[in-house]
Write a protein that binds this ligand. Structure first.
Ligand code: ASP
Ligand code: MG
Length: 471
């Protein structure tokens, strides 16, 4: 039976002529086998960062900077097309579209330059060019190989609210547009190539789904088209038991569950955007993570239930560049609302909270945010709790920067007694001081905080447990 497959290709997967050649054979292989494919693409690797940097240049009156970015982007896309497509109409029209997009980009930068500032909406408009360029380029190459591939801006189908830089899909409207505009294309045999990362507001302004958001885009399109599967094509063989840079013994996990991968992504594994599983959950659709540069490898299959391994801990992740904030004071005991006000103040300061822990004596609680937000968060909390601080009900708000979060993930932890015990005995045996601990109520992960200097040793110690089945 013919399948509908949504495939998302990441930045490195469309980042060079060689990579795009692999993309073509992957997509064409499915289409030739009688399947239909929806392609969702990231910007070429490094482009999103370059575009973000160019907004700063425009604000700082560095005209040369953004003009240079425009020129480099044009060269990179043109060169790629020159290598992959012979001279002719397909190549020329695509290069003309790329030139037109970059003219538009330059005009926006000019406006930012004149104003000396950029709103979140403008940041999104500028950063959108990465995917808009790569999408046209990839569609052209697929056409050259005989597919009826057409480039689309995600905003044609994917509507979001106007929370620029972190937009949220408007599900009902998106579903309606996909039914009305995208499904007919599939029936006609078109291979749509859609910009990842982007959406549009009801008024048609471009929005982005947050950094790394094209995985999420892939999941949205897969879910709303009822695809048979979603494949995330990236540059590693799959979801790994640990970061191979921290422990060489890391290996690819053949199966993980939605929940496990969600925890892994949230706690620092870079392989998938944390929101990717959300749209897929109720559909029970399989997600595969596969390597564009090693397409023979089966990758990782993510489903409702992962495999039952002998080891309770399946994988270990870590998050660096986090700060630990501690609010402490004897006057907090039994006083409701301090934690609530603290977290609200943190949210208003733009921080998202990665982990929370409170001691049962209620004399202090602590939580973790990313380093870049810590200072603002502390100020916001001090302002919110100014009265309590003045009365000495709260002694202080401390910030500790040189810490990391380590997380052990595995669905088998649920109902298995003693896992936490083993985890922390291992830390103790190796002389690693655990600063704070939290377990998600899903019981699918345990997270704890250690000094930054102990990162590698802590990961290796936990990975030992995952590898030898001792936990
Ligand atoms: N290009 C965007 C980024 O680098 C989105 C993505 O690739 O997922 O964040
Ligand atoms: Mg990514």
């Amino acid at each position: 039976m013919s399948k509908l497959i949504t495939m998302k290709f990441g930045g490195t997967s469309v980042g060079s002529p060689e990579a795009i050649t692999n993309v073509v054979s992957i997509v064409k292989g499915e289409v030739d086998a009688g399947n239909r494919v929806i392609v969702v693409v990231s910007a070429m690797s490094g482009v999103t960062d370059a575009l973000l940097a160019s907004v700063k240049m425009a604000i700082a009156d560095n005209k040369w900077g953004y003009l240079d970015t425009a020129r480099k982007l044009r060269d990179r896309h043109d060169d790629t097309l020159n290598i992959l497509i012979p001279p002719g109409k397909n190549r020329e029209t695509t290069q003309a579209e790329i030139a037109a997009l970059l003219d538009e980009y330059t005009e926006i930068c000019q406006a930012v330059n004149i104003l000396g500032e950029a709103t979140p909406r403008i940041w999104d408009a500028v950063v959108s060019f990465g995917e808009r360029l790569s999408c046209r380029m990839v569609a052209a190459v697929l056409r050259h190989h005989g597919l009826d591939a057409r480039a689309y801006n995600a905003g044609d189908f994917l509507l979001t609210n106007n929370q620029y830089q972190q937009a949220v899909p408007l599900w009902a409207e998106t579903q309606a547009r996909i039914d009305e505009k995208l499904r007919p294309l599939l029936t006609q045999g078109v291979t749509p190539v859609i910009t990842g990362f982007l959406g549009a507001t009801r008024d048609g302004n471009i929005t982005t789904l947050g950094r790394g958001g094209s995985d999420y885009s892939g999941a949205i399109f897969a879910a709303c088209t009822d695809s048979d599967e979603l494949v995330i094509w990236t540059d590693v063989d799959g979801v790994m038991t640990a970061d191979p840079r921290l422990d060489k013994r890391a290996r690819v996990l053949p199966y993980v569950s939605y929940q496990e991968v969600g925890e892994l992504a949230f706690y620092g594994a870079k392989v998938l955007h944390p929101k990717t599983v959300q749209p897929i959950l109720d559909k029970g659709m399989p997600i595969r993570v596969r390597n564009t540069f090693n397409p023979q490898h089966p990758g990782t299959l993510i489903r409702e239930n992962g495999e039952r391994t002998q080891t309770v801990i399946k994988a270990v992740t870590s998050i660096k560049n986090v700060s630990l904030l501690t609010v402490s004071g004897k006057g907090m005991i039994g006083v409701p609302g301090i934690a609530g006000r603290t977290f609200l103040a943190s949210a208003q300061a733009g921080a998202s909270i990665l982990m929370i822990s409170q001691s049962s004596s209620e004399q202090s609680f602590c939580f973790l945010v990313t380093d870049n937000t810590a200072r603002n968060v502390r100020e916001a909390i001090e302002a919110e709790l100014a009265e309590e601080l003045a009365r000495r009900d709260i002694d202080r708000v401390d910030v500790e920067e040189n810490v990391v979060i380590i997380t052990a993930v595995g669905a088998g932890m649920r109902g298995t007694p003693g896992v936490a015990g083993r985890v922390f005995s291992v830390m103790g045996e190796r002389g690693i001081n655990v600063i704070a601990i939290a377990q998600g109520s899903s019981e699918c992960s345990i997270s704890f905080v250690v000094p930054q200097d102990d990162l590698e040793r802590a990961v290796i110690a936990l990975h030992d447990l995952a590898l030898d089945g001792a936990a």
